[in-house]
Design a protein around this ligand. Sequence first.
Ligand SMILES: *Cc1c(COP(=O)(O)O)cnc(C)c1O
Length: 363
Amino acid sequence: MTSAKPVFNFCSGPAMLPIEVMQQARAELLDFQGTGISVMEMSHRSDIFISILDSAEQNLRKLMSIPDNYRVLFMQGGASLQFSAVPLNLMSAYRRAGYINTGYWSQRAMAEAQRYGAIVELASAQCSNFKTAFAAGEVDIPRQLDYVHYTPNETIDGVAFTEIPDVGDVPLVADMSSCILSASIDVSRFGLLYAGAQKNIGPAGLAVVIVREDLIRPDLPNTPRLLNYHIVSEQVSMANTPPTYAIYLANLVFQWLLRKGGVAQIEQHNIEKAALLYGALDRSKLFYNDVRAQYRSKMNVPFFLREETLTPVFLEEATRFGLLNLQGHRSSGGCRASIYNAMPKAGVMRLIEFLEIFENRYV
Ligand SMILES: *Cc1c(COP(=O)(O)O)cnc(C)c1O
């Protein structure tokens, strides 16, 4: 490529990483801080790698103000393996858990949990075709549940909760894959949070789990060792060889966020980017987003063309304009712009510019 045209990657995941992080990784790729070797080639038991792992945990604790009675675990298998790990660790007293269904990822989590116990669907947004989430008190919580699971940000339909569901004493579990570190949250309201890394943290395959200590049970003989929170926690995320390079990159992202002023700062940035993009869609005669306004995601912005036959034309011309991966998920069609923490405002402005150019040409 000889063109100096800026390229912006709107992929929903694996998503773009901050350019500064990629530059630092490149600079350190062959020789990590004078060791003469790459982080990729280092023993996970070496002092250097252990200090990287420890730094990643401390930086995440700082960013999210994680209370001391929560453990931070770096695990493998992305978010999807946590769909199994959560019931395999938490479904113990009643063998019954509640799930709030707001779309594709809630359903995937629920389907997996069904293998291990009774699943109660506490609320479903299906009748709105998943264009809405729920207010804090809107979901009734029955007694005798081991936990309640929900998906604060549904990545595919671009629907996000604005409040944490009110679940009383039941431990609340959240799949934060597509919204972790995008806005301040009170970790103490949750029993467990997990996230696949490839949206706001780093490379795919890694999962971050933040779990309250009292929910970690030592007596789970049938839970696979690598999914057992007690064992992973006792072994400090080294129950086997951890994904060392992914953890290193995650730590670079955490450091980048801290330099940017932390989560509260990036949250303001995210609010601004989303407002600009939804504003442009709402003004348009061609493009639209149909999620209930208060539940629109600030991370994933699906949009459709009123003239559907123009969708492939739009996607092709957008790619040529340097706006990559705007196609919607295969289950929903249309278009989607994922604008995670690493997406600069300039990328959103460029997309808005192109929406206007395209509309003026075709409408
Ligand atoms: C991307 C995503 C997943 C799946 O992550 P994997 O790492 O592929 O397992 C699960 N939940 C949500 C909310 C996601 O956005």
